[in-house]
Design a protein around this ligand. Structure first.
Ligand code: MN
Length: 318
């Protein structure tokens, strides 16, 4: 399959790489990593990375390319780290000549001309690295590409702490390290928080809520985000603050956007992606996103998750 993808890439002079909306480290890492890898391997091709705003902490990996609609004529389009087509930024992705999807999410419906989905790989950057390894004789890895790919592996595995970290992803990281990746520097960039975020964290720990069954969660209202001067994305990024609270196996954030409320769900032991799908979302078994529209729906989501915990505990006792 990796050979087939490379054959397609060789056929085209223009390759446009798309990613999902509200990008995270793995998303930017796989996009920029693939761009730099292809640029170094095929200097005469036009390779573009498009998307909406890159979060500040990931800007060291690269910038968006701004291209005209005409650029898509006769181009190869590749989407990375995106499971469903309506999360791809932007809609022009289907105006190219051929479309390849590369992803690692659990529920990834088919929508492209060619698809490579490996839900066992804990970061999409790992897939790009394997793509490189499978075509090593024809592709050129650089420090720039390796840095982007390694960063995505770090963020999507929670620095190699999350479930799903296995020999495959560690091997990818090891391969990338051969290209002079500065592990300390990248970790420093990822770990650094500005004072607004730290003050928000203090607020979160003082105001977080808990359901009957021990789901820790926080509702970020527009008022709170304004008070701490953080964007909705910055607020939502705090979901992992709840991951190490004793006794908690599901945790969540609800963030008010102008048009809806975005939900981030995380869990241990209990798959929560079915609930996410029911509320206009999806994702991984233990890390999903959803969308709700009011307080009532927030309560419903929490009640359904509480029910999952009750069921899980009943099973455990048997
Ligand atoms: Mn990912």
């Amino acid at each position: 399959m990796f050979k087939k993808i490379l054959e397609k890439i060789k056929e085209y002079d223009t390759i446009i790489i798309h990613r999902h909306m509200r990008p995270d480290g793995d998303c930017i890492g796989s996009q920029m990593g693939l761009k730099y890898l292809l640029k170094a391997s095929f200097p005469n091709k036009n390779i573009y990375a498009v998307g909406d705003d890159i979060p500040t902490y990931l800007r060291f990996l690269g910038e968006n390319d701004v291209i005209s609609d005409d650029t898509y004529k006769g181009a190869l389009v590749i989407s990375v780290d995106t499971s469903v087509d309506n999360r791809i930024y932007d809609n022009r992705y289907n105006t190219g000549d051929y479309f390849i999807k590369i992803d690692h999410h659990d529920d990834s419906p088919e929508f492209a001309d060619m698809e490579y989905v490996d839900e066992k790989m804990s970061a999409c950057c790992g897939i790009i690295t394997e793509f490189y390894l499978a075509n090593k004789d024809e592709l050129v890895m650089t420090k720039e590409a390796a840095t982007a790919l390694y960063t995505g592996i770090l963020t999507d595995t929670g620095r190699f702490q999350f479930r799903g970290v296995d020999h495959k992803i560690l091997r990818c990281a090891s391969v990338l390290m051969e290209y002079d990746v500065d592990n300390e520097k990248i970790n420093t960039i990822l770990n650094t928080k500005d004072i607004r975020q730290l003050k928000l964290q203090a607020y979160i720990y003082n105001h977080l809520k808990c359901t009957k069954e021990g789901i820790y969660y926080m509702i970020f209202t527009k008022r709170v985000m304004k008070k701490f001067n953080v964007t909705p994305e910055e607020a939502a990024a705090n979901v992992n603050l709840f991951s190490n609270i004793e006794g908690s196996i599901i945790w969540a954030t609800f963030v008010e956007y102008p048009e809806n409320i975005r939900v981030r769900l995380r869990s241990r032991y209990i798959a929560i992606n079915e609930v996410a799908r029911k509320y206009r979302g999806g994702g991984h078994l233990f890390a999903s996103g959803a969308t709700v529209y009011n307080k009532k729906e927030i309560k419903e989501v929490l009640a359904e998750l509480d029910k999952l915990i009750v069921e899980y505990k009943a099973k455990e006792v048997k």
